[in-house]
Design a protein around this ligand. Sequence first.
Ligand code: IPE
Ligand code: IPE
Ligand code: MG
Length: 238
Amino acid sequence: MQKINHNNLPQHVAITMDGNGRWAKEKGMLRNFGHRNGVSAVKESVEIAAEIGIKYLTLYAFSTENWNRPKKEISALMNLLVSAIKKEVSTLMNNNIRLTTIGDLTELPHIAQKNLNEAKERTKNNTGMNLILALSYSGRWEILNAIKKIIKNKINIEELNDLLFQQYLETKNVPDPELLIRTSGEKRISNFLLWQIAYSELYFTDKLWPDFTKNDFKKAIIDYQRRERRFGLTTNQI
Ligand code: IPE
Ligand code: IPE
Ligand code: MG
């Protein structure tokens, strides 16, 4: 077993938690059963990421496009979100984890907004890992929103550059993810962090999300650590 090199950790890991529905189907169960079991995989990943010393963990929990799913599935997901937040806020406090969100929270049911805001408020002074939940989020929505704000603020074209643009994104002040993990075997981005993943290392695993363990998380980190990140340069330049 190769070990994690603590001198070469990604600061920011993002995960597209995919495959709950297929996991349930494999077991002859309804999709919501998969979502319920996905919650424990969230817990595992949050714990191991904090333990390893990851500074930012972003979890894609609900996309803008996911609003087009059947009403029943959406409300089950929202209920799960509320119950998990209520239940786990003390775990966040005990582990010094700060919770924030990206996405259009105004679209969420009132009760979910209320619980999220309370959890954010309670954890805001924690100095350990930053847990970022992407909820009602999509990369295109975020980029368009940034452009609207830039136009509204009458930003001078000459002033506009990468750095300034970043300040208008939901992830303002968060470093770009060095590593993006997607479970379930799908090899696509699905509108996640489009701007921020310009140079992210992508890691795909066939494991369905409810089966994704601490060990799988570690494997992804070790895989990342074997890669040479060149950012357009040649190997000799690095
Ligand atoms: C991920 O699992 C959870 C959400 C997108 C909310 P899916 O629900 O997409 O499961 P599959 O991909 O249909 O198996
Ligand atoms: C991406 O998964 C969104 C989340 C994990 C929240 P989807 O299951 O919605 O993505 P597609 O439809 O397979 O691209
Ligand atoms: Mg899916």
